[in-house]
Design a protein around this ligand. Structure first.
Ligand code: DQA
Length: 183
């Protein structure tokens, strides 16, 4: 677990000691084991607690709790120490970006509706990037194929990269991107 649990659920794996035999995941096999354990904070913004029942035709049927378990397992497979948090509150997200900077955690962020207008969150994300930490913006849907107001992301300009439109699989892709970039 990376830090204090802020909202339920916080699902995290303990840091895995480096071992030359413990991991055989082909996605990470090329990286030296000594570099393999790193911390990643996965943050989901407003209304994503409702996953599973919120517009399932768009966002799928995986609940947030199920997503947290999947993301944690995917992280463990990549030898990442992952913690998942969710909040509807902009200030929580801003403070979690500050926490990531201070702790040296990489960030996978689905800013949800804050994507489109939160300059406060953008500025906090800029601090993550400025600290040479990865910040991967994730969206379950492809906002560019939806309403026009979703076509603008104020986060993308300060993100390391963006993954959108692949449902929950996007989080796995984001973790792989973090692992490959930093490893
Ligand atoms: C979202 C897309 C946003 O436009 C929307 O406000 C969300 C979810 C996505 O994951 O597709 O809440 O970030």
């Amino acid at each position: 677990m990376l830090g204090e649990a802020c909202t339920k659920p916080t699902v995290a794996t303990p840091a895995t000691p480096a071992s030359s035999t413990a991991r055989a995941n082909p996605a990470t096999a090329s990286f030296p084991d000594t570099l393999r354990t790193m911390n990643v904070l996965v943050v989901n913004g407003p209304n994503l607690r409702r996953l599973g029942t919120r517009e399932p035709e768009k966002y799928g049927t995986t609940t947030h709790d199920e997503l947290a378990v999947l993301v944690t397992q995917w992280g463990a497979d990549l030898q990442l120490d992952v913690e998942v948090r969710q909040s509807d509150n902009e200030a929580d997200l801003v403070h979690w970006m500050h926490e990531a900077v201070d702790a040296g955690w990489h960030v996978v962020l689905n800013p949800a509706a804050f994507t489109h207008y939160s300059y406060a969150l953008r500025d906090a994300c800029a601090l993550v990037s400025a600290a040479s930490l990865a910040l991967v913006e994730v969206h379950l849907t492809n906002p560019h194929s939806r309403e026009e107001f979703r076509h603008t992301s104020v986060i993308s300009g300060v993100a390391t990269g963006t993954i959108a439109g692949f449902g929950v699989e996007g989080y796995r892709l984001a973790l792989e991107a973090v692992a490959r970039r930093v490893g």
